[in-house]
Design a binder for this molecule. Structure first.
Ligand code: BG6
Length: 466
């Protein structure tokens, strides 16, 4: 639909930026922190440095001052579970509590709204050794951990996110499972346990945090059929349900998506559901939905001849296909980044419309951004490509707003350069450049990229000219 005039972003719109603990903090074994699965993960590409990352743990004051200069209204970050409870379910580490207290106070000082992800890919290693999410005890451990966060930070943190990209952890499990990757059956048991854990934590947040809002943060994307051939449409529906709607249907409607349940049955992946699980899930209602969006995916009808699945790297945006369910297909209408990710700004509008149409809850864009090989030349980073990318996605978001979708904020990935899950510092997303490379930490000096100044202007004028 074309419009004569577009709606403005609301006055209190949360222009923000995102990071996650293990990708930005470093200090992986300092001040009592326990190990997480990420600290021992060996990426096939050989990038394993989550140990120092962007050294945000030691430089958070300088970083928050940069956020304030950028004009951020919100900062979405995650808390490292193993910093708060080193072995996942035992003693509390006071130094860990103190770090996030300081960080939150610093944000509050500059009137930046903290948006906290409780868990972003970094399960404490000790819990992983005991079976990770497939073990029901991890549910209790997560609830205990969340309770500590609500107790300590609930007076200042009002926006909470339960789990980052649960759907990526199930569909691309390599990076979250050092050692042997669990079977699909085990993964879906873990997935069910995460649903129960999120539901309990959602209820707890409502009980403990006055004015607290909480929601999930899956990676959601519209799935296109390769052609208007109805068999391709079936494949697109299959994959959209398995990849996306399963996670939001549970969170919002409190039930398993019927198509996904049929798929789980067919494949022999149905999880064991304990008495009371579905009641808790149905009772817990999110206040808003966090949405990570990078690009749409395109699929074709499955052939079911042993060739539907074509494994590539474990990258979360690269579709691999599944026998008898869908095949990955090319979309010749879209550009592609240097890292093989599609770029689809209109797809963002499509995705936002589809989500809102299904759930009618306020949406917070919790991730979206461009990973690129930025270059520091004479103290400057000319990342016009990132500006173009964000400009187009902001514009499509404005169109979605005009379509009537309720959007409360936008937190691009990422505030500052951090370790990419698969390409380390070879793939950067930040508005702020961190001067280090894979092997040489240098001084890790911060530089403002061109996109920093551009975003600063966008926030100042509340994206009037977007
Ligand atoms: C999201 C994750 O899937 O994508 C982030 O939540 C991640 O943790 C981001 O960094 C970008 O992906 P990548 O692989 O380029 O780091």
């Amino acid at each position: 639909m074309f419009y004569k005039e577009l709606k403005d972003f609301p006055d209190n719109f949360l222009w923000g930026a995102s990071t996650s603990a293990y990708q930005v903090e470093g200090a992986y074994n300092e001040d009592g922190k326990g190990l997480s699965v990420q600290d021992v993960h060996e990426a096939p590409e050989g990038i394993t440095d989550f140990k120092v990352a962007s050294d945000h743990y030691h430089r958070y004051k300088e970083d928050v001052a940069l956020m304030a200069e950028l004009g951020l209204k919100a900062y979405r970050f995650s808390i490292a579970w193993s910093r708060i409870i080193p072995d996942g379910d035992g003693e509390v580490n006071e130094k860990g509590i103190e770090f996030y207290n300081n960080l939150i106070n610093e944000l509050v000082k500059y009137h930046i709204e903290p948006v906290v992800t409780i868990y972003h890919f970094d399960l404490p290693l000790e819990l992983h050794k005991k079976g990770g999410w497939a073990n029901r005890n991890t549910i209790d451990a997560f609830v205990k951990y969340a309770k500590i966060l609500f107790e300590n930070y609930g007076d200042r943190v009002k926006y909470w996110l339960t789990i980052n990209e649960q759907n990526v952890m199930i569909n691309h499990p390599n990076a979250m499972n050092p050692g042997k990757v669990p079977s699909k059956k085990e993964l879906y048991q873990g997935c069910h346990n995460m649903f129960v854990a999120s539901a309990r934590v959602t209820l707890l947040c409502h009980e403990m945090v006055e004015g607290g809002k909480i929601g999930p943060a899956p990676n959601i994307t519209a799935i296109y059929p390769e052609k208007c051939n109805p068999a391709d449409v079936i494949a697109a529906d299959n994959w959209e349900a398995i990849r996306c709607w399963l996670y939001l249907d549970i969170a919002v409607h409190g039930r398993y998506n019927n198509l996904v349940w049929a798929y789980l049955n067919e494949k022999g992946y149905t999880p064991e559901i304990y008495d009371g699980d579905m009641e808790v899930i149905a009772k817990a209602k999110p206040d808003y939905l966090g949405i990570n969006y990078y690009a749409t995916a395109t699929v074709a009808a499955a052939k079911n001849d042993g060739t539907d699945c074509q494994p590539r790297n474990g990258d979360q945006q690269i579709m691999i296909g599944e026998e008898g369910v869908y095949r990955a297909a090319k979309n010749d209408y879209l550009e592609i980044t240097d890292f093989g990710w599609m770029v689809d700004s209109i797809g963002m509008r499509v995705t936002l419309r589809r989500i809102y149409d299904r759930y009618h809850l306020p949406l917070l864009i919790t991730e979206n951004g461009l990973g690129a090989k930025d270059e520091l030349v004479d103290g400057k980073i000319h990342d016009q490509y990132r500006i173009d990318y964000l400009q187009r996605h902001f514009h499509q978001t404005k169109l979605a707003l005009t379509d009537g979708v309720e959007i409360i904020g936008y937190c691009p990935w990422s505030f500052i350069d951090l370790v990419s899950t698969h390409q380390g510092y070879g793939k950067r997303y930040g508005f702020v450049y961190v001067d280090r490379d894979e092997d040489d930490l240098k001084e890790m000096k911060r530089y403002k990229k061109d996109s920093f100044y551009w975003y600063q202007q966008v926030i100042k004028e509340n994206a009037k000219s977007i």
